[in-house]
Write a protein of this length. Structure first.
Length: 532
């Protein structure tokens, strides 16, 4: 759940860019803040593309879920819709969409507040390509279900498009809020009436296949198969089950009433730098129930790489992890923000954020968006395809939450992808459509944009002391936390005043992060360099 962006208010320009000659076209024509977009393409009309994302609305300033639709393959976009809040003080986050084979679009999102915690997960649908949306209904109540866990974080949505008896079934997974201490477990709910009513929740993990007590945020990644199976990937580290960490696959033909369980990845290579966005994704071939693919970010040669494991027997057995990005191994270049999609012809698309064109290693580098195609269900991948038309310099806004995922869909060998980047100096949503798998001739379109408030740190680099200029944020941001590059908290301070000196003489030379928060748990982070 993303609460960090309630104050973003300014207008930014919108542009249409081609690889050969960029041309500026104002697409959004309004005031936006944008984060974590989700994209679906209408199977009844591939020219109809729907994008949903987190965006700021005013009076009061808060995060809402906005949607925009295109009916010409992404060249132009209509006006945005704002999905409703269920209390004047609540904000929204974590949008997910699933589209039925008849063109009905289902959309889930969180509407909530903290202090006191309240809210839930809501679902709506559209039957006109995203032009209008039905009144949302509640799926989860944060206060009455699994009390104390706030089990409404990161709700992913899937719909069964098989020709079996389970056709049309909706599935929604979630997990406890990110501030809830371990141990935590992933959840599942099911609907057979288009989202109007839902089953009571159940835990996805079970005896011998438990998440265990050591994983704070056990996100469940779900998909449905051509023969009506629900498949869910989730992480585990429970020493009574295995000395290794794992990802398990839970599979159900009974709408989640019962599951079979299989090892998906054993001893996955973890990423220690917590700045990288290391979400994972499970996808299924819509026309071959035996083919599934799991994509994730994992360390290889001390750098985060894009890794894929695939199954050709419905998830019973899985390949070893295959490296998808084809830049030189061992160069220290980090990749993240992975997503994946199958085309109806069985081709597999993987997209991610890539720093191979940067001048250095690590998270704090300029980046592009890249893609790769597999025609053999993830055994091998094509030479990588650069989708972005601009290598984007790193900006401290990318340290905030709300930048954790991109989205893509492969349709008739045409790549459709959407992501957030800061090429204009703001956090913006960009869409690309590549009509071939070379990436050439791709149109990069800025769908929405907004300026984020921030604060200054002076001097930076610092040696003995530093001060913070909070003018953009206001005096209510008076709680400071200083952490190192591994996320360890080194200093906390309450009631920090404007330009109050903070002693940093005891810190070793290196990179640190300063976070300012208010009493509603909104926070902003800047990088601090210490030199000796």
């Amino acid at each position: 759940m993303k609460k960090e962006f309630l104050l973003a208010i300014l207008i930014a320009s919108v542009c249409f860019m081609a690889h050969s000659q960029p041309t500026n076209i104002n697409v959004s024509q309004g005031i936006y803040f944008d984060g974590e977009p989700y994209l679906v393409v209408n199977p009844t009309n591939p020219q109809n593309i729907i994008v949903a994302y987190m965006g700021v609305t005013l009076s009061p300033a808060r995060v809402s879920i906005k949607t925009k639709s295109s009916f010409d393959g992404g060249l132009t976009w209509g006006n945005y819709n704002v999905l409703p809040h269920f209390s004047y003080t609540w904000g929204s986050a974590d949008v997910s969409m699933a589209i039925k084979n008849d063109g009905t679009i289902y959309l889930s999102y969180i509407d909530f507040r903290t202090n006191p915690d309240s809210g839930g997960i809501y679902i709506t649908h559209s039957s006109d390509g995203g032009i209008s949306w039905a009144t949302p209904t509640q799926v989860w109540n944060a206060n009455t279900e699994d009390i104390g866990k706030d089990p409404i974080d990161r709700p992913w949505l899937a719909v069964d498009n098989s020709s079996t008896a389970t056709n049309g079934t909706l599935y929604l997974t979630s997990k406890p809020a990110y501030w809830i201490p371990m141990p935590n477990r992933p959840y599942l709910k099911t609907s057979i009436d288009g989202g109007q009513t839902w089953t009571p929740y159940r835990y996805i993990d079970t005896v011998n296949y438990l998440v265990g007590p050591y994983i704070a945020q056990p996100m469940a990644a779900l998909t449905t198969t051509a023969d009506g199976a629900l498949c869910i990937a989730y992480p585990s580290y429970e020493t009574s089950q295995s000395v290794y960490g794992k990802f398990f696959l839970a599979k159900s033909y009974s709408r989640g009433a019962t599951f079979s369980y299989h090892d998906l990845v054993v001893n996955p290579p973890t990423v220690t730098d917590t700045n990288f966005k290391v979400g994972y994704r499970l996808v299924a071939n819509p026309n071959d129930a035996n083919q599934l693919c799991f994509v994730a970010i994992g360390n290889q040669s001390n750098a985060p790489n894009v890794l894929a494991a695939s199954s050709n027997d419905g998830g019973n057995n899985w390949s070893n992890l295959v490296r998808v990005n084809d830049d030189a191994l061992g160069n220290g270049i980090g990749h993240d923000l992975v997503w994946a999609s199958y085309d109806n012809n069985g081709k597999l698309l993987v997209t991610w954020r890539d720093r191979r064109n940067a001048s250095g290693a690590g998270y704090f580098q300029s980046s592009d968006i890249y893609a790769a195609i597999s025609s053999d269900n993830g055994a091998t991948f094509s030479p990588n395809i650069r989708l972005s038309s601009t290598t984007v310099a790193f900006d401290s806004v990318l340290l905030q939450k709300g930048n954790d995922f991109m989205s893509c869909q492969l349709v008739h060998d045409s790549i459709n992808a959407v992501w957030g980047d800061v090429r204009t100096g703001h956090l913006n949503i960009f869409f690309v459509k590549s009509k071939d798998t070379s990436g050439q001739g791709s149109n990069v379109i800025e769908v929405a944009s907004e300026t984020l408030p921030t604060f200054g740190i002076y001097p930076n680099p610092a040696k003995e002391n530093f001060v913070m200029d909070k003018n953009d944020l206001g005096n209510e941001f008076d709680q400071m936390e200083l952490t190192d590059a591994l996320g360890n908290t080194l200093l906390t301070k309450l009631n920090v005043q404007q330009k109050e000196p903070i002693n940093c003489s005891h810190l070793a030379q290196g990179t640190y992060f300063v976070t300012l928060s208010d009493h509603q748990n909104h926070h902003f982070t800047q990088r601090l360099l210490i030199e000796k």
